[in-house]
Design a protein around this ligand. Structure first.
Ligand code: ZN
Ligand code: ZN
Ligand code: ZN
Length: 152
């Protein structure tokens, strides 16, 4: 995957009204390179790019980028938040319960909210949060091998 030149990344920050700093640039690039990474994963990447950066500075940068809409924060229940730069479409995620791998899945409908509530209770609904939980192909294959071995 080719990295976008930093000046494009800087322009993107400015377009969203975010002041350009080396740390924010590095965080945005790291999210782009590693979609669905946790803040901790991103901190590791950013440190390898620009050297010392505190964990708090990474969290702050992620917070600002997410608040301004440059990145999306996905908060699966019971696990740390993940970040991605695929914003502006209503896609969903598949998460493996065994290994935690997360992948994108296009929304079958496209626009939000893609599910109709049985009863909207008068709320003006603008989003349905959809996460598909299950097991990834690798984990399914692994458990199949395990049970075949056990059967012998
Ligand atoms: Zn898995
Ligand atoms: Zn995604
Ligand atoms: Zn959908």
């Amino acid at each position: 995957m080719s990295k976008q030149p930093p000046h494009d990344t800087a322009r993107r920050l400015r377009e969203f009204g975010v002041q350009v700093t080396a740390q924010r640039l590095a965080v945005l690039m790291a999210v782009r390179d590693q979609p669905h990474a946790t803040a901790q994963d991103i901190a590791v990447v950013v440190r390898s790019e620009i050297g010392t950066i505190s964990r708090q500075a990474v969290y702050d940068a992620l917070g600002i980028l997410a608040d301004r809409g440059l990145i999306r924060r996905i908060q699966p229940s019971g696990s740390p938040a993940r970040f991605e730069d695929r914003v502006g479409d209503n896609h969903h995620h598949l998460i493996c319960r065994s290994c935690g791998r997360m992948v994108d899945v296009d929304c079958a409908v496209g626009e939000t909210p893609c599910l109709t509530a049985a009863d909207g209770m008068g709320y003006e609904i603008d989003e349905a949060e959809v996460i598909y939980w299950g097991r990834c192909p690798d984990c399914v294959a692994r458990s199949r091998i395990r049970s075949e071995n056990a059967a012998e």
